[in-house]
Design a protein around this ligand. Structure first.
Ligand code: NAP
Length: 277
């Protein structure tokens, strides 16, 4: 079963599982089936009855937790214990295992969900991902209106192509690989990039002179609120955008899980250029 199957990462996971001939069920909130040829179950990650029905006959779950409140995951954990599938949880490279509290609410939620799953005895396989290249899709409205991407100047990260993250997840889901060692794999791209770097690379792919403009905190907040985010979500995203220290970790874990080196953001930009015009 794939959760978040309509999302940027989840839909790549579903495509790959189908290509491997796996029998896939998607947990979706909306009835419209996200992928032709896959089974789907309608339900929310916080709805125990829907989860119970969706988990019947499932032997492995690709799990994301997109909510800001980890306490809401208790019902999910209870249903997972009852159904006893293997669990592959997509977490964050920003977790600091030595810290009592994580750097911002989003990382804290990932750390809390990891702990919930482990403490429940579910022995999840945790994959910690750096920021996904597909987050750049958030710039599409701005780039359809002009050549400037304006937003908070967030920490530089080792941006990972979501197709690589999906390949890694599928390798684990299909049992082709065990955990690399007793620590969660860290899925990163091959280079550490800032927002300005990403926008410039996108410009090369689009053959346009694009530039990044750092926006003030107030402007960034009000734009996010106008964009429809709740105040809680906007504050969490804003705190995440200020995340420090910057990520300077580049690993070979994508390659160790998939057999191929991680792709560059430049490649991602070329492959997705059509979405930005
Ligand atoms: N993006 C990153 O840089 C990054 C980095 C590290 C970890 N992650 C983790 O990976 C996850 C997936 O990332 P993404 O970029 O693919 O996200 P995304 O494109 O925003 O997709 C989120 C998915 O979650 C589903 N969803 C949201 N709330 C739900 C709920 N209450 N119950 C069931 N499904 C729900 C959405 O379904 P609907 O279609 O119904 O809205 C959608 O399919 C993130 O949520 C995060 O936990 C992301």
């Amino acid at each position: 079963m794939v959760t978040g199957a309509t999302g940027n990462l989840g839909r790549e996971v579903v495509d790959r599982l189908q290509a491997h001939g796996a029998h896939v069920r998607c947990l979706v909130r909306d009835r419209a089936a996200p992928h032709p040829g896959v089974e789907w179950a309608v339900g929310d990650l916080t709805n125990p009855a829907a989860l119970r029905a969706a988990l019947v006959g499932i032997d492995a779950v690709f799990l994301i937790w997109p909510l800001l409140d980890s306490a809401l995951a208790h019902d999910l954990v209870a249903e997972l214990i009852a159904a006893a599938p293997r669990v592959v949880y997509l977490s964050s490279t920003a977790i600091d295992d030595e810290a009592d509290r994580q750097s911002d609410p989003i990382v804290q939620v990932h750390a809390d969900v990891e702990a919930l799953l482990r403490n429940a005895g579910l022995r999840p396989t945790v994959l910690r991902s750096d920021t996904l290249a597909s987050n750049a899709r958030g710039w599409i409205p701005q780039l359809q209106a002009g050549d400037v991407v304006s937003g908070p100047d967030i920490a530089r990260t080792a941006v990972v192509d979501e197709r690589d993250a999906a390949d890694a997840a599928v390798a684990v889901l299909l049992g082709h690989y065990d955990q690399l060692d007793d620590k969660p794999p860290l899925l990163t791209g091959p280079e550490v990039l800032g927002r300005a770097d990403q926008v410039a690379l996108l410009g090369v792919a689009l053959r346009r002179r694009l530039r990044f403009q750092a926006a003030t905190a107030d402007l960034s907040r009000s734009r996010m609120l106008t964009g429809g985010g709740s105040e809680q979500l906007v504050e969490a995203l804003f705190a995440a955008s200020l995340r420090r220290p910057e990520s300077n970790r580049i690993t070979d874990h994508v390659e160790r899980l998939t057999g191929r080196p991680a792709g560059t953001f430049a490649r991602w930009a070329i492959d997705h250029a059509g979405e930005f015009s």
